[in-house]
Design a protein around this ligand. Sequence first.
Ligand code: ATP
Length: 558
Amino acid sequence: MKASGSLLRGSWPVVACAIGAGLVSGLCSAAVIGLVHDAMSSAPGASGTRERLTASFVGLALLAVLSKGVSEVLLTRLGQSIVGEVRRRLGRNIVEAPLRQIEALGTHRLLAALNDDALVITQAYVQMPHICVCAATIVGCLLYLAWIARSAFLVVLAAIALGVGLFRLHEVRAVRFFERARETSDALFGHFRSLTAGVKELQINRGRGEAFLTDSFGRSLSTYERDFVAGMTGYSFGMGWGSLLFYVALGATVFVLPGAAGLSASAVAGATLTLLYLMGPVAQLVEIAPSAGRAAVAFRKLDDLGLALASPDEAHAPSLPTSTFASSWQRIEVCGVTHSYVREYEETSFRLGPIALGFRPGEIVFLVGGNGSGKTTLAKVLLGLYTPEAGELRVDGVPVDASNRAQYRQLFSAVFADYHVFDEQLGLGNALVRERVAGYLQRLKLDRRVSIEDGKLRFDGLSTGQRKRLALVAALLEDRSFFLFDEWAADQDPEFRRVFYREFLPELRAQGKTALVISHDEQYFGVADRCLHMDFGVLSEVAVPPAPAPGPVIRVMN
Ligand SMILES: Nc1ncnc2c1ncn2[C@@H]1O[C@H](COP(=O)(O)OP(=O)(O)OP(=O)(O)O)[C@@H](O)[C@H]1O
């Protein structure tokens, strides 16, 4: 597995030390058995030998315990750093993946990957100290067995070969169940989201709540439980065969080999002791197998999602190369661009374009049109979030392609309809930036609700409208050359609509910034320099409507 190796890259010294310590521990344990056997067979009166054996026993036992401890501590620390690394890489892959791929996967699948897969992969890595110690102990014991009783060694070897074959048969089936359980965990994470996001709806409609808990949520839970148990049961059967064969080897050593192969009483005692001691590490190794099986499923799942955990140097560089696009651009063009959503299980699909459109610095352009007409889709294409199927975007004549699309996106700030406000805002450590933020917060009447502490925005318990005003502050703070506002004013009081349309937009124009404003606020269309209309994916330019006449004055009679 390429990714599994790359996850350990950079940690090899720790891994090597831990494996070394594990091997020392395992070999010491095996040597202890030899020593015990020697002590049991040595003459009781040989005092010098006995003292030597006692000293060696104490030394070996201490070394075995100490080295095992060192190996476990090192690899437990490594395990924790691996879970962080898996999540870091997944996070980077998500940020750098094409938006369409992320949208098609859905939040629930991403959460399942970040939670389940990252933990399962780590659990498998954390088992490594046990694997090293067990493997070393087993190898040491087998070598000792081969030395004292070759026939018993051959019997055990045959039992191991047969046991591994039978175990693999069961494992293949078990992994299939784990794969099914992993598919169900995607659905489960979707239900977790519904449960937390829809708790109000579930509480006010008891019937819906019960149906959710028993049908969709409950069914997924049962399916997951059934497949997981079936997977573990498969492993248990595999382990059962292993144990049975082990007893067969032990029985053969004790009851058959003395007669059939002429094994001496001392050799039988030594072989029996060794085999009984072997049972522990073999059982531990077999118990670890399900973790390894689940980790293999998790790696495959991440690959299928297009989130393969390749190391960053194999995939993307973390920082953007020097930009080819200046923030002082003179013309951004959308040339014959199209974009389609192909929907599974639906015959119809939505097609945007071909779109031909240009923007200049300092322009305020309004985009209007009915629900579902394609306004947000056009915005995502314009911002370089969707790759055009046909046509291209150009900045001052330079085409935007895969090599520079990430840089192109840095020209824009946006408040989408489904915006998100991060509490960490870049640059809040700077006094001038903090002053600008304070000014915006005051104008949008957020200064009593939002504070800046330790370079972070603190804003617990904002209303929907307040939160969206904060998203506007965050966008303005980015100070990019092109702004997108997707129905920003839709849920704002008239007072803040006025501030937005009559103050902020003209200010942006005066600063030479461009803004594409998706809006249904007809009374403010007059603010625009140009007005575009979208109708089922077809874009046309319309005359900027004059500002509507003020409505009749309503007098309130006392
Ligand atoms: N991620 C998506 N996957 C599939 N279809 C989509 C996706 N996003 C939008 N669509 C479809 O594309 C069409 C245009 O959607 P879009 O969001 O661009 O419209 P809009 O004009 O912004 O609508 P609204 O005014 O309601 O926000 C709609 O029919 C919508 O169902």
